[in-house]
Design a protein around this ligand. Structure first.
Ligand code: GTP
Ligand code: MG
Length: 230
């Protein structure tokens, strides 16, 4: 299927976003989790800048993506949480401004670190802030089969939702991810459904901190492993 993608703009707040009424999907996740790489993999070309060092994406970068005959959408690459260098607004400010009601979101979590506190906080916050969100486990290519089964089981238990494993390197899961994105952006806004319970008022997104901090995972073994990897 033909995919067209182009960079549109960088925004630090909602007024910097294009106001053309297209569906929007934002990628949210810790710095270095692979948000920009996943956008490039999805559109099969390098539109977003990536880096081995955290903190590469500093603003909300908006891409116009048109896939086959489906309606075009905006894909928004956000700065990551868990890392910030001084000088510009961090994740919390930008995400709060950009993730207005009506924007769908993907929470990206590193498949190797299931259940980090900041990811759990982000999921709680996202579910209260946007009408439609799903969890995606990145860098699944880095896990051997047994580790992968354990990680996926733990992720689905922590987030209490299905989690889609993907790899920007091998392309695994990308067809499924497109289907998921299509379903998120085309689903009607839940506020139009009278049977749905009211959402809690938005709480705060995870703050960007000076450096990635050690976080609690759901078990002591994983916490030790996570510490060794950093
Ligand atoms: P920030 O912009 O700093 O928030 O980071 P980001 O989430 O956009 O991460 P980015 O896409 O820049 O990727 C970070 C690093 O992870 C880079 O070195 C990528 O090559 C690597 N990476 C991203 N996705 C994958 C993946 O699926 N598999 C593997 N093995 N590496 C990946
Ligand atoms: Mg990035």
């Amino acid at each position: 299927m033909k995919i067209e993608a182009s960079f549109i703009t960088s925004a630090a707040n909602a007024s910097g976003l294009p106001a053309d009424g297209l569906a929007r999907i934002a990628l949210v996740g810790r710095s270095n989790v692979g948000k920009s790489s996943l956008i490039n993999a999805l559109v099969r070309r390098t539109v977003a800048r990536t880096s081995g060092a955290p903190g590469k994406t500093r603003l909300a970068n908006v891409y116009l993506v048109a896939r086959g005959h489906a309606p075009a959408m905006h894909v928004i690459d956000l700065p990551g949480y868990g890392f910030a260098r001084g000088g510009t607004a961090g994740f919390a400010e930008i995400a709060t401004a950009v993730l207005a009601p009506g924007v769908a979101a993907l929470l990206l979590v590193d498949a190797r670190h299931p259940g980090l506190e900041s990811d759990r906080d982000a999921w709680t916050w996202l579910r209260r802030t946007v009408p439609r969100a799903a969890v995606v486990a990145t860098k699944i290519d880095k896990l051997a089969r047994g580790e992968r089964i354990r990680a996926m089981r733990q992720l689905e238990s922590v987030f209490e939702d299905s989690v889609l494993p993907v790899s920007a390197v091998t392309g695994e899961g990308l067809d499924e991810l497109w289907k998921l994105i299509d379903s998120l952006v085309s689903r009607p806004h839940p506020s139009s459904s009278p049977s749905r319970p009211r959402r809690q008022p938005p709480s705060s997104p995870p703050a960007a901190t000076a450096r990635p901090r050690l976080e609690k995972t759901t078990g002591p073994t994983r916490a030790r492993k996570a510490r060794r990897r950093r």
